[in-house]
Design a protein around this ligand. Structure first.
Ligand SMILES: Cc1ncc(COP(=O)(O)O)c(C=O)c1O
Length: 425
């Protein structure tokens, strides 16, 4: 599916007005290409519609989806908040001048060093995951005499994926503290109460990914209402911040819907306005900001029809630049980018060049007959691809290009063989 600035001219895919042939020639393949206008548009939709007259709102981008200097600058310019989950992500945000007061630091096992670094940088909110972490933060805030603002990550016992939510009976997620674990909650609150430098500003819950059904969010808000009432009655915590996480679904294949961001966010806002008494509502979309903005260009290599009849086209990348199909059977769509109008008469499996049989990017996709040096575009690779890329088989991480208004800017350069040796001692 063509989105954003993608268009077909003379049979060839163009992004931001630039032909993919030109991009491949200039930057080589494999190549991650981002449509900057699309990213800006997604940000704009969230910022426009996720608004309330009753409480403050904020949209935080989940940087694990993809992070780079150019994206950090863009997000900062737009006044977005930023979720980080490691010292590395925090370091990058800091280095490229992201406003630290708009940063949320997540993670279930933040080290003492990472927490100290976050305090030094005065990050806006630390999302505390567990009792042990709070004890470390408590000590750090006292020894440094630093005020620390936190949210507490809670597990509402709901998991939502794609079109449905599941109220999990097991409560075994590694993240957060169960909203039903009153003993743990009491222990946490006792620590907060004994240290005036440590403040509990509110709560965080995240129910899953690729969510299209608004009722999943509504369900989570209803469950959180009961929890917030309990926290208010038992511990006198009133008008907290509530962060309901990310998970807004995006289009990968025709099995997916297209999420209506204005409708989804305004429905969430209305539900919260009608049911909760909070100071601020936050959301944390990751893939929905960058996923559909990104695509990967590969050069088609050899083709092979196996004795068993399966027909492969091999590309010059694979699971090292997109682990998601091998990791969790993620589905993608693709085209021959220099032959967008050809008849899709053949069925191929697009496989990478890594030494694993599971290195298949797309199983059984209809494409026109592949010819030497065709360019294959895999869509919707803007999220959880570069950020999950590896040097498996010592494959080089591809370059990242940002395209807008007929200009292509190299955002992250391609690795070189020399880069592979840089950690050797
Ligand atoms: C706490 C939290 N917030 C936000 C996100 C972003 O999710 P998505 O990229 O699906 O929007 C995740 C992803 O797993 C998450 O764990």
């Amino acid at each position: 599916m063509l989105v954003g600035s993608m268009a077909i001219k003379e049979k060839t895919l163009h992004i931001g007005g630039i032909s993919v042939k030109e991009l491949a020639k200039k930057f080589q393949t494999p190549l991650y290409v981002y449509d900057v206008k699309y990213i800006k548009n997604q940000i704009n939709l969230y910022q426009t519609y996720f608004k309330s007259s009753k409480f403050e709102t904020a949209v935080a981008y989940a940087s694990k989806a993809f992070l780079s200097k150019d994206l950090i600058t863009l997000l900062n310019d737009k006044g977005m908040y930023l979720d980080v989950v490691s010292g590395g992500e925090l370091y990058m945000a800091k280095t490229y001048n992201f406003d630290m007061s708009n940063v949320l630091f997540h993670g279930n096992n933040k080290s003492k060093e990472e927490l100290s670094f976050a305090l030094e940088q005065q990050v806006g909110l630390i999302v505390v995951d567990n009792l042990d972490e709070l004890k470390v933060l408590n000590t750090l805030s006292k020894s440094n005499q630093t005020p620390v603002k936190t949210l507490l990550r809670v597990n509402p016992g709901i998991e939502a994926h794609t079109h449905e939510y599941i109220v999990t009976a097991k409560h075994t997620s590694k993240f957060g503290v169960s909203i039903y674990d009153d003993l743990k909650l009491q222990q946490l609150i006792d620590i907060y109460a004994a240290n005036e430098l440590l403040s509990l500003e509110g709560f965080h819950s995240h129910i899953g990914s690729q969510i299209f059904d608004i009722s999943s969010y509504i369900k989570s808000i209803k469950v959180m209402k009961k929890f917030l009432d309990k926290m208010s009655n038992k511990f006198n915590i009133s008008s907290p911040i509530l962060n309901i996480g990310g998970g807004f679904g995006i289009y990968y294949t025709n099995e997916d819907d297209i999420l209506d961001i204005p409708k989804t966010t305004t429905t969430i806002i209305k539900e919260v306005e009608n049911t909760l008494d909070i100071k601020k509502l936050m959301i944390e979309p990751g893939r929905s900001i960058v996923g559909n903005a990104g695509m990967t260009l590969y050069k088609a290599g050899y083709t092979k029809k196996t004795f068993g009849g399966k027909e492969y086209v091999f590309v010059d990348g694979g699971m090292s630049d997109n682990i998601r199909p091998a990791l969790y059977n993620a589905k993608y769509s693709a085209d021959i980018a220099n032959n967008m109008t050809g008849k899709k008469a053949k069925e191929y499996t697009i496989a990478g060049k890594l030494c694993e049989s599971g290195d298949e990017l797309i199983k059984h996709i209809k494409l026109p007959q592949v010819k030497d040096d065709d360019l294959i575009v895999v869509y919707t690779t803007g999220a959880y691809t570069y950020s999950m890329a590896s040097n498996y088989n010592l494959a080089l991480k591809p370059a990242v290009v940002f395209v807008e208004d007929e200009t292509a800017k190299l955002s992250i350069r391609r690795q070189t063989y020399k880069d592979l040796l840089q950690y050797e001692v």
